[in-house]
Design a binder for this molecule. Structure first.
Ligand code: TUI
Length: 315
């Protein structure tokens, strides 16, 4: 059985978080992951406090296990959802896509365990100083909004930079990734892409099918010109966006407008041409739809087997 300090810290059986995927990670997926022994996470994404309040109430009817809320700091509603998680006494808040500094004191004083996603050692140190319980070090193999470094290089550097527990994210979709993350010094993992095809995930079936069909080189990072690179599956939308990034006749505002609403089109409508199908580089490692429980049990059984055999290399 694999157990780490994260399990006791958060009162979970398996040291795994489900990524807070915008338009995808709702109460249904979060409850399934929490019931399976991981930490299920609802994505507040660009939604307002009313939507999030309903999802929090829903998740509480579906599980009595701990769960988290992911707050995307670029959201226009970040301020109001930052108050709601305090009001609702949400056990864990994960932040993404920015510096959570201005909310940290309020959350820590409310007894919330705050676990920011970081893409650099500087941000890891900063959030540790302001009271973070742990950090998720997310490499650029991830889907969605990404940083510069890879998981392989970021995780050990963040582990050296801070004393709080570190989870690894980016490119992890099976037990091999979990075992490797533990060897890099992490005490847990966060997975997004694999959970996207969970039976309890309510995303459009076309999105799941695209993940299941994806090959190794099928993702691309666009948005570098605007300063926020985003990794998605290649399709007509991303190819056009990529092309226009190099077109100096198009303004940043026009480029920004091209991306607006595309993730909703992918997740809710399954629009294969105009949707932004955010996915990590490990999409090709995801082969079948399973329940969240089957996924977690399979991943940890594989990780345990590998780790038990690892000393064969030591002569
Ligand atoms: O946040 C994510 N992934 C996301 S957010 C998202 S919604 C979106 N949609 C369109 C455009 C942009 C966003 C889709 N996927 N992952 C966590 C993450 N956080 N990755 C990288 C970071 C990060 C980056 C910079 C965290 C902190 C940071 O600090 C910057 C600073 O202020 O120094």
């Amino acid at each position: 059985m694999i157990k780490t300090e994260l399990c006791e810290l958060l009162n979970i059986r398996y040291p795994i978080f489900q990524g807070g995927m915008a338009w995808i990670a709702d109460a249904s997926l979060a409850a399934a992951v929490s019931n399976a022994g991981g930490l299920g996470i609802i994505a507040a994404m660009n939604a307002n406090a009313d939507w999030l309040r309903e999802e929090i109430h829903k998740v509480r009817t579906m599980t009595d296990k701990p769960f988290g809320v992911n707050i995307m700091l670029m959201s226009p509603f970040a301020d109001e959802v930052s108050d709601l998680v305090v009001e609702e006494k949400v056990p864990v808040v994960v932040t993404g896509a920015g510096n959570p500094g201005k909310y940290m004191k309020k959350w820590v004083e409310a007894g919330i365990k705050v676990i920011p996603v970081v893409a650099s050692t500087a941000m890891a140190r900063l959030v540790e100083r302001s009271g973070a319980t742990a950090v998720v070090a997310e490499g650029g193999e991830s889907g969605g909004h990404i940083g510069e470094l890879t998981t392989m290089t970021l995780v050990p550097q963040v582990c050296d930079a801070v004393k709080i527990p570190v989870l690894a994210a980016g490119g992890i979709a099976d037990g091999r990734g979990i075992a490797a993350a533990l060897m890099l010094g992490a005490c847990g993992v966060q997975c997004g892409t694999r959970f996207l095809v969970a039976k309890e995930c309510t995303v459009h079936q076309n999105y799941k099918n695209k993940i299941l069909k994806a090959k190794d080189i099928d993702t691309i990072a666009t948005g570098k010109r605007l300063g926020h690179p985003v990794r998605c599956l290649k399709n007509q939308f991303t190819r056009e966006l990529f092309k226009q990034e190099y077109n100096s006749n198009i303004s940043d505002e026009e480029l920004e407008k091209m991306g607006a609403g595309a993730l909703r089109k992918a997740a809710k409508e399954g629009d294969e041409k105009n949707g932004s199908f955010m996915a990590g580089q490990c999409a090709a490692m995801v082969h079948k739809e399973q329940t969240a429980q089957e996924m977690i049990e399979e991943m940890f059984a594989q990780a345990e087997e590998i780790l038990n055999q690892a000393n064969r290399f030591c002569k």
